[in-house]
Design a protein around this ligand. Structure first.
Ligand SMILES: C[S@@+](CC[C@H](N)C(=O)[O-])C[C@H]1O[C@@H](n2cnc3c(N)ncnc32)[C@H](O)[C@@H]1O
Length: 349
């Protein structure tokens, strides 16, 4: 019998299922354990159990698992850390260590819950690479990148990573710091296309600066503890990003899009605006404003200075996120693929 308010309990159960289907059995089990055993005897527990109705929207389950992983990563809870993956601890043993950690580090865990989880999934670069290669082949000019909701800006550097794309397909320098393993299926984008990125800019309402150790640690804490490859990949991408000037502006998506579209388009360069798993977080008024701004700018775009809006977003497809693009002049929206939410595969058929 859980001590949680029903809507909080429902959030933990929902998150457990999501983690299971996205390949994180440890985090799934952790959500179930917290749902069953967390009590209000700590500030951390009481805050979670009584979280307001917005529990699901606030991703309270991921705040909680992020807090525990953050504590483990900080090196302050050795006993709990020794039971975290790769070890497969028994539920009772794990819970005992969690209960002790909550008792000893209640303030740290309680305060960690303050902010919403925010990550930057670098495997999504695989979908962006494929779309960009197709654009490069079609438009035969350099691409200026503009990312909406860029987080730490890791996917703005998609052309600097190395990719293993299934069936012996590779792209990028083999000594790149970041290696992405993503299976491409179907009508494969042109790996030989000449891809030139002429500039990269992004915005986020809360940019995560890769130069700040605290921000880096927090991002890694939100990655599920049994997904070692993901932790390694994001860690490498954050280190690589830390050696570049930071290109993500703190701005609201609609304001930023308008400001960037107001800049004069350069002949011989295609402006490519894109976003991955951001649309669902924007209010309707913001989404409408952005769509209208693109339509207006698209109406005056030329063959010499085309405009592209492309995205990877959840649009209710049961198998994953859809990849769509609109290229102006023209302005026809095309579906170009389907991908796993974390970019583990992309189907280009
Ligand atoms: C799920 S994350 C995705 C981050 C990144 N695109 C990726 O795929 O890893 C959603 C991002 O959208 C940003 N965001 C949400 N609302 C926004 C807004 N109104 N303006 C700008 N960024 C926003 C969040 O701060 C967050 O970084």
């Amino acid at each position: 019998m859980s001590n949680m308010n029903p809507h909080v309990l429902e959030t933990f159960r929902f998150q457990a299922e999501a983690c299971r289907s996205l390949g994180s059995p440890f985090t799934a089990n952790l959500c179930d354990l917290l749902a069953e055993r967390l009590t209000d005897s700590s500030r951390f527990g009481a805050r979670i159990l009584n979280w307001p109705d917005s529990a699901r929207a606030d991703a309270i389950a991921l705040r909680a698992t992020g807090a525990l992983h953050g504590l483990v990563r900080s090196g302050r809870a050795r006993e709990l850390a020794s039971l975290y993956p790769p070890l497969e601890a028994k539920p009772d043993q794990l819970w005992e260590a969690i209960a002790t950690a909550i008792e000893k580090h209640d303030d740290f865990l309680h305060d960690f819950l303050d902010s919403p989880p925010q990550t930057n999934e670098v495997m999504r670069s695989s979908a962006l690479l494929g779309m960009a290669l197709r654009l490069a082949e079609r438009l035969k000019m350099g691409l200026a990148l503009y990312e909406i909701g860029a987080s730490a800006g890791l996917n703005l550097a998609f052309d600097t990573y190395h990719y293993a794309l299934g069936e012996d397909r590779e792209w990028g320098e083999s000594n790149a710091l970041v290696n992405i393993d993503s299976e491409w299926r179907g009508h494969i984008p042109p790996l030989e296309a000449e891809l030139e990125i002429v500039s990269r800019e992004g915005c986020d309402r809360n940019p995560l600066d890769p130069h700040t150790p605290e921000s880096v640690e927090r991002q890694l804490a939100y990655i599920w503890a049994d997904q070692h490859n993901r932790i390694g990949r994001v860690s490498a991408a954050l280190s690589a990003a830390a050696s570049r000037p930071y290109a993500v502006d703190r701005a609201d998506a609609a304001d930023w899009v308008d400001a960037k579209l107001a800049e004069t388009a350069k002949p011989g360069v295609a402006r490519v605006f894109f976003h991955t798993i951001v649309w669902q977080y924007l209010p309707d008024a913001t989404k409408e404003r952005i769509a209208e701004s693109f339509a207006a700018a698209g109406a005056v775009a030329t063959q010499e200075a085309p405009l592209v809006w492309m995205y990877m977003e959840a649009e209710g497809h049961p198998a994953g996120a859809v990849l769509k693009q609109t290229v102006w002049p023209g302005g026809e929206k095309e579906t170009v693929g389907l991908t796993d939410y974390h970019g583990r595969w992309v189907d280009w058929s």
